[in-house]
Ligand binder design. Structure first.
Ligand code: FUB
Ligand code: ZN
Length: 646
């Protein structure tokens, strides 16, 4: 195996040993954790943050719990335990926990489900409880979240569609909780929330009433804040950066208003069964589809599968960037029209890519099709992981694909929804890498680690990915055994080779029935395929898989806004970009000879990376780095797209 550094081991260590502690410091510094202390009566102060700030703390707890599953660090464990203790004190006797209402509005509840994210926050609390139980087998947090879930069952099981959430999440959480506890009521409530979606009569009127009520409540909070600050002159205010600076296309505010009043922004425009097109806020959209796919799998009811497939294909073909980023429009933080994929104004929030990965994973489990696992990998390496800097302490929120003005990663944002969401996804990579069932193993993601396939059979997976395509699997087992192993051959690899103890092994390709997609951005996940082998394996055996990694040019359809007819460069699972710091010539006017590309590994750049070079018709040499690594060296310009010379 070539020595090209260990991409995932170093990142997962950074996640577990640095990023998670840094994120906690930020949650403390920005007083998000104090909100729980105030709600618990342990501290005097004024609540800080948006009405959904609790969710950032819960996502942190979820990420920390998932990290503990693989990395049982006593310091992290103690921090987690003390936060759980605090939550138990902040929670009302009947299970309610939402600091915005508890601190500002006493006993007032469920006032504004379309706008104020009450159920979204509780969803993230519940997910944290499930992750914590799965990681530690301790039920301290599970008991807390069950009280909350039981309250929701009591309040909402028979409720009308008016009481569905505006930001989906609770549905995923309730299904996970029902899988974890075996309590069917949680599943049934999730099913009903989904079934009630899009059924609010006169949605525009209801939304207007919610908007006015929410604005009134925000005014109340502003007045309380003013009074508190007046009475406590020593209280220090602080401000955080909002989104990354970005251009907003004309009329986006108007489009947001229309989308919201029609219900598209929050996927309330039609009953779910009729929602055939990706619309609205991208994170909400992906969480909704994830829950629908989870429901279909658990109910063994495939009636929603044609819709899920159609809407997924539409998203991938015409509403997704070449990086796998989704959500073309700022403000809406969501989908634009078909081909409306402007690289400069791209929102492509990190959380939206993470939501899409959740959905893709569920679709893979539901259908067994490799194209979904292929998208998962693509978004992981590009649209999602670009969200965190190499130091684990700097982040992007929205992720443009071209930037003339220059951008800098920020240490934290006033909406810090992405950092801990990415940390929890990274912490779970190994959990989503392999599927083992009835003595058969499917390897979907090539993430290094130790895996237990079945009692008495362990494997260790090592890889040079994403720099080159070598994967080695070493078996540790007591008795020799016939094993069936299936590998995903990604769409980006045109050739592959498998050996067993260094002898080449011919494999059977599993028939792939995925239809060809007319992709606007040159991506063809449907070309991913599974190959399987059955062999007698014994202790010490080694299987290797070698995937070819040609440099590929991804041509953008002429209709794609802002970069139609241009190309993006990729190699293996990585999309590349030009960053001004690496190039003396203007990166936005490059015209490159398509036959001039070569790659080389640079051990000292960006902690080790494969770079690609190409020659312009005018003679200059340009250098590309992986898109996920841009913005790690101060404020720079960047572009994913360039022109080819004719
Ligand atoms: O509203 C909560 C989260 O913050 C959303 O999912 C993100 O898009 C961000 O707006
Ligand atoms: Zn986010």
């Amino acid at each position: 195996m070539i020595a090209t550094g260990d991409f995932w081991n170093s990142r997962l260590t950074m996640n577990s040993e640095e990023a998670i502690f840094y994120q906690w410091e930020q949650l403390e510094k920005t007083r998000c954790i104090d909100n729980f202390r105030i709600a618990a009566g342990l501290k005097e102060g004024f609540r800080e943050g948006y009405f959904f700030a609790d969710s950032d703390a819960y996502k942190w707890l979820d990420a920390a719990s998932r990290i503990l599953a693989h990395h049982p660090d006593p310091k992290l464990m103690a921090l987690v335990d003390s936060f759980i203790e605090l939550l138990s004190k902040a929670q009302c006797d009947d299970g309610y926990l939402y600091t915005y209402n508890q601190i500002h509005f006493g006993s007032s509840r469920w006032q504004n489900l379309q706008i104020e994210h009450e159920l979204y926050c509780m969803g993230h609390l519940i997910e944290a409880g499930v992750s914590h139980f799965e990681a530690t087998a301790k039920d301290t947090l599970l008991k807390i979240v069950r009280r909350t879930a039981d309250l929701l069952v009591a309040e909402f099981m028979e409720a009308s569609p008016l009481f569905t959430d505006g930001h989906e999440e609770i549905e995923i959480a309730l299904i996970r909780l029902s899988r974890c506890t075996g309590t069917h009521d949680y599943f049934e409530l999730a099913r009903r929330f989904l079934a009630r979606r899009g059924k609010i009569q006169n949605f525009a009127g209801h939304f207007l009433a919610q908007l006015l009520r929410s604005a009134g409540r925000m005014n109340t909070v502003a007045a309380l804040r003013k009074k508190y600050f007046h009475e406590h002159p020593d209280h220090t205010a602080f401000s955080l950066p909002g989104h990354n600076q970005h251009e907003i296309p004309r009329f986006t505010a108007l489009r947001l208003a229309l989308s919201a009043f029609r219900g598209e922004y929050l996927q309330q425009h039609k009953p779910l069964a009729q929602q055939m097109v990706p619309v609205g806020h991208a994170v909400r959209f992906t969480y909704l589809q994830t829950a629908a796919a989870m429901l279909a799998r658990d109910e063994k009811d495939r009636s929603d599968l044609p819709r899920l497939t159609k809407v997924w294909e539409h998203m991938v073909a015409r509403r997704m960037y070449v990086t796998g980023g989704i959500g073309a429009l700022p403000l809406i933080e969501g989908f634009g029209r078909d081909y409306e994929l402007d690289p400069v104004t791209a929102y492509a929030e990190t959380c939206a890519a993470l939501g899409s990965m959740l959905w893709a994973n569920e679709m893979n489990l539901l259908t067994g099709e490799p194209r979904y696992a292929d998208l998962y990998e693509w978004q992981l390496y590009n649209a999602a992981s670009v969200g965190i800097g190499l130091d684990g302490r700097s982040y992007f929120y929205n992720n443009p694909l071209a930037c003339r003005g220059g951008l800098e990663r920020q240490g934290w944002y006033d909406i810090p929804c992405c950092p801990s969401n990415l940390s929890r996804a990274w912490a779970s990579l190994q959990d989503n890498a392999l599927i083992t069932k009835n003595g058969k193993t499917i390897i979907n993601q090539y993430i290094p680690g130790e895996y237990r396939l079945e009692p008495g059979v362990k494997v260790s997976l090592t890889t040079s990915m994403p720099w080159s395509g070598e994967i080695a699997i070493n078996f540790t087992m007591k008795e020799p055994k016939e094993m069936e192993c299936t590998f995903r051959i990604p769409a980006w690899a045109d050739a592959y080779k498998v050996t067993l103890n260094q002898v080449e092994y011919r494999l059977k390709t599993v028939e792939n029935l995925s239809p060809e997609i007319d992709s606007a951005v040159g991506l063809h996940f449907e070309k991913a395929r599974y190959v399987s082998f059955v062999a007698q394996i014994q202790d010490g055996d080694c299987i290797t898989l070698t995937l070819s990694m040609p440099i590929r040019l991804r041509l953008q359809d002429k209709r794609v806004k802002g970069c139609g007819g241009m190309v993006a460069l990729s190699r293996g699972p990585l999309v590349y970009c030009l960053e001004s710091i690496d190039n003396q010539a203007d990166i936005f006017s490059a015209k490159i000879d398509p036959h001039s590309f070569t790659c080389r590994f640079e051990p000292d750049w960006l902690r080790g990376t494969m770079v690609i070079t190409g020659r312009a018709t005018t003679g200059e040499v340009y250098t590309w780095i992986p898109y996920l690594l841009w913005g790690n060296r101060g404020r720079t310009q960047m572009t994913v797209f360039f022109n080819l010379s004719q």
